[in-house]
Design a protein around this ligand. Structure first.
Ligand SMILES: Cc1cc2nc3c(=O)[nH]c(=O)nc-3n(C[C@H](O)[C@H](O)[C@H](O)COP(=O)(O)OP(=O)(O)OC[C@H]3O[C@@H](n4cnc5c(N)ncnc54)[C@H](O)[C@@H]3O)c2cc1C
Length: 813
């Protein structure tokens, strides 16, 4: 194999739409010394048989960004690389059967407009005008996306491949990667044609990704579903209509019934996501095949009968057509249905771009994102929704199958803000789970940990259906109001298992941390809030710092941030320092409210008059605990950190002491209400790499006097120029619905910012929004409007201080 490349900068394993797009984007960025290995012919995995729909719709901002980028790329790609493609931009109609569905669409219209797309809501009459063969009597409306359409997935892949090759990248077909090993700073990838050494490696192996991942010590959180679509023969009426109109029908999605129906030549393509769905390759009698190139599963129409009947009732024309072909192919799923794009957790210079459920419409954007990760170590858009580190290792095959089937069966479902999906729950239980359950807790999962969302009172509706609403005033609302009142007037206790906790120790740990964070490192015995910026000054993460000793700190962070933050710390760790993940050994109670000192004083000898932002060890019910005087709820309070085994006795002692003081358990919904009244930001909502530390309004956590810290140069330049947008707190006259993430802010008829989180503050009695506003408008008293589900509501910019207890007097009490 004289011509076989022995060395490359990047090796990509897998030549489906995604892997080839990654190669194209690396080459486009100037990294042409890259090789893609494909075990068979390009597209042999899921790509060759995909239906090729290219929607831009998503209720996730980042996924929408990726899909919008793809659609734009595909429009120009054929001409750019001189490879004409079948790409039909037909537009699409997404039907709404309910008011809630229409609200979902309204929100997406707002997000789409902010991304420069012209999505629109249609009335039933307008639907009929665009789609004459459709029964509209039971519809509340529809979403029209003019950018939607379908592309030939094989042609798309070949066009990207041609473009990549033209720029100098290489593709080795019929060349499987068979293993990977680390030698010094190199990855060595073995193939039957020889070995390739490279600096970086990318797993883009589609549904084979778990097999490839094993070489890197990874157990990928994924499973494989069987997904079908059916092709129907020519229908003369449709042919006639298309000829007369000069175009095809828009792509139809009946999302409440759960299928899409697309005009295919002059017939139809019907593709359901059925509830009674089927996973493949999960049982011993259905083992994962070594090679499934260009293969399909046998047809299985029985599962689809209801959907076929429903589609025929919706578009009666379909009844006239003969079914000509069924495609039943493998489609991989992660537990949340989003792909894995980004650094391979715990593995140096290795990346993932795999497990795509919608890999045709996302390939373009995914290639861009992957190339940025490899080249720059960061991405233009915050891509946490697809970051492999959002999974932390507890996701075993049973969990992946249960969640994958749940996501597939609800592929088009509405994601309501107070709803928790029920499959594969109870993965990790708090040491006092039985106790909180007995008190009426209704749970949600955080990195697998079950935490109380709220405590139902006798008679409260705790059904799943009860939580499927956009309304603020759902079944939890009264209970949450009482929980917040208890925290304000007496005391509340929140059982918080699963905080992520890292111990970093060694000589010079404080100096090291000072370089990593924007602000000051607290002294021994003290606590602080620390912000980690990237080199561009953007917000990577936020952690609480407890300075345990001169050479020892604890960093405490969100449950879901465990793998992400651990990796960030590990990557930047100085020689001589040791990082240990202690998350699994500890649990936490938040005891907060004016009576919390009286309650705590009954069970411990600790000095409870030590000031806010200090910590001490103490004993409660015989157990050693760490008391931290902080409160995310914004009242007098302590976090009680106890070892797992000690937690039940600590909980029992505090609950017993609290009886006489009106102590009440509270949940995550109440905590969200309480923190937003204090203006405390939430990670990956208010705090993300979409914003710099200065835009985030965090200048008080920047110590400019430090000679150096990561991001300093970029932040100094931004300070000189003045940030373009600024963090604001808004009091919103919101009506019945709090604005969801990325609801747009308006002024004078133009969009001037966005809401990053919003909730009802029970102590101040108002809907409070945190968000980003054009800098010239970010002045207290300025009136703006917030678009909430398509309706604009008045909002006023607040002082740059918490709306509850602006002087922090209650915290310091
Ligand atoms: C019936 C059906 C319809 C679909 N319709 C749509 C749609 O309309 N729109 C949409 O966006 N998505 C659709 N999808 C999903 C889409 O097909 C996939 O998400 C997409 O093809 C994934 O692309 P990929 O590049 O990640 O993976 P793949 O296309 O599976 O590519 C992975 C490649 O890696 C290669 N490979 C694996 N192991 C190795 C190795 N060791 N060495 C070298 N090469 C290796 C494989 O041969 C394969 O070619 C559909 C899927 C199905 C099943």
């Amino acid at each position: 194999m004289a011509d076989f490349p022995g060395r490359a900068r990047v090796v990509i394993i897998g030549g489906g739409a995604v892997g080839v797009s990654a190669l194209y984007h690396l080459a486009k960025a100037g990294w042409t010394d890259c090789v893609l290995l494909e075990k068979n012919e390009l597209t042999a995995g899921s790509t060759w048989h995909a239906a090729g729909n290219v929607p831009t719709f998503s209720s996730s901002w980042s996924i929408m960004n990726m899909q919008r980028y793809s659609a734009q790329l595909y429009r120009g790609l054929g001409a750019e690389v001189d490879y004409p493609m079948n790409y039909h931009v037909t537009g699409s109609i997404r039907l709404a059967h309910s008011a809630e569905r229409l609200q979902e669409f309204q929100r997406v219209v707002g997000m789409g407009r902010y991304q420069g797309m012209d999505l629109a809501i249609l009335t039933p009459d307008e639907i009929a005008a665009k789609y004459p063969f459709l029964a509209t009597h039971d519809l509340t409306g529809a979403l029209y996306d003019p950018n939607d359409g379908d592309i030939d997935p094989a042609q798309l892949t070949q066009a990207l491949a041609k473009g990549a090759r033209q720029m100098g990248a290489r593709i080795e077909r019929f060349c499987p990667a068979t293993g990977a090993r680390r030698e010094g700073e190199d990855w060595v990838i073995s193939t039957p044609k020889g070995e390739i050494r490279c600096d970086y490696v990318v797993n883009a192996a589609g549904y084979y990704a778990r097999e490839v991942g094993k070489w890197f010590g990874r157990d990928l959180p994924m499973m494989v579903m069987s997904h079908q679509y059916m092709l129907f023969d020519t229908i003369p009426e449709l042919e006639q209509w298309s000829r007369a109109e000069g175009h095809k029908l828009p792509l139809l999605r009946d999302v409440d019934s759960s299928y899409y129906l697309r005009q295919e030549k002059n017939g139809f393509n019907l593709g359901p996501y059925e509830r009674n769905c089927k996973a493949h390759w999960v049982t011993p009698d259905d083992p994962f095949p070594e090679d499934f190139s260009f293969q399909l599963f046998p047809d299985d129409l029985e599962r689809l009968e209801w959907y076929i009947a429903d589609a025929m009732a919706r578009v009666p024309l379909l009844e006239k057509a003969a079914l000509t072909k069924v495609i039943n192919g493998p489609i991989p799923y992660t537990p949340d249905g989003n792909p894995l794009i980004g650094p391979m957790p715990g593995v140096p210079n290795a990346f993932e771009a795999c497990v795509f459920t919608f890999g045709i419409c996302q390939a373009g954007g995914a290639g861009k994102v992957l190339a940025e990760w490899v080249i720059e170590g960061t991405t233009e858009w915050d891509m946490w929704s697809c970051d492999p580190r959002r999974f932390t290792g507890f996701e075993d095959p049973d969990y992946c199958v249960a969640k994958g089937m749940e996501v597939y069966g609800h592929e088009y479902a509405i994601h309501f803000p107070h709803h928790s999906w029920p499959a594969a729950r109870d993965q990790k239980l708090s040491p006092v789970h039985a106790e909180t359950k007995a008190l009426g807790a209704v749970y949600g999962a955080y990195n697998g940990w079950e935490r109380a969302l709220w405590y139902a009172r006798p008679g409260d509706d705790t059904s799943e259906a009860g939580s499927q609403t956009w309304r603020r005033n759902g079944p939890w609302f009264g209970a949450v109001a009482e929980e917040c009142a208890a925290v304000r007037d007496a005391a509340g206790i929140l059982d918080l298992p699963g905080f992520s906790r890292f111990r970093v120790a060694g000589p010079g740990v404080a100096d090291w941390l000072a370089q990593q964070i924007t602000g000051k490192v607290p002294g021994v015995g003290r606590l602080g809030l620390a912000y980690f910026a990237d080199d561009k000054g953007r917000i990577v993460t936020e952690m609480s710092v407890a300075r345990l000793a001169d050479d020892e700190i604890w960093l405490i962070t969100a449950a879901t941030a465990q793998a992400h933050d651990r990796e960030w710390l590990q990557k930047h760790l100085a020689p001589g320092l040791v990082l240990t993940d202690e998350s699994a050994h500890w649990s936490t109670q938040i005891l907060t409210g004016p009576a919390s000192r009286a309650i705590l004083s009954q069970g411990t000898e600790a000095d409870l008059h030590r000031p806010w932002l200090t910590w001490q060890t103490a004993r409660i019910a015989g157990a050693e605990v760490v008391l931290m005087r902080v409160s995310f709820a914004g009242e007098l309070g302590w976090e009680i950190h106890s070892r797992l085994a000690d937690t039940p006795q600590v909980w029992a002692a505090v609950m017993a002491a609290g009886k006489a003081h009106g102590l009440k358990p509270f949940g995550m919904f109440a905590l969200n209400a309480l923190r937003i009244e204090k203006g405390y930001r939430a990670w990956k909502g208010d705090l993300s790499t979409d914003y710099t530390v200065l835009q985030g309004g965090l200048e008080r956590f920047v110590d400019w006097s430090k000679p150096e810290f990561r991001g300093k140069a970029a932040l100094e330049a931004e300070r000189q120029a003045g940030p373009r947008k600024r963090f604001v707190t808004l009091r919103i006259e919101a009506g019945d619905f709090d604005p969801p993430y990325m609801s747009t802010l308006w002024s004078g008829g133009t969009v001037v910012g966005e809401v990053t989180s919003a909730y009802w503050g029970h102590r101040v009695g108002a809907c409070i929004g945190l968000g980003m506003l054009r800098a010239d408008l970010a002045l207290p008293g300025t009136g703006v409007e917030v678009e909430i589900f398509g309706v604009r509501h008045r909002a006023v910019v607040q002082e740059d201080a918490p709306m509850w207890d602006p002087a922090n007097a209650r915290l310091r009490a």
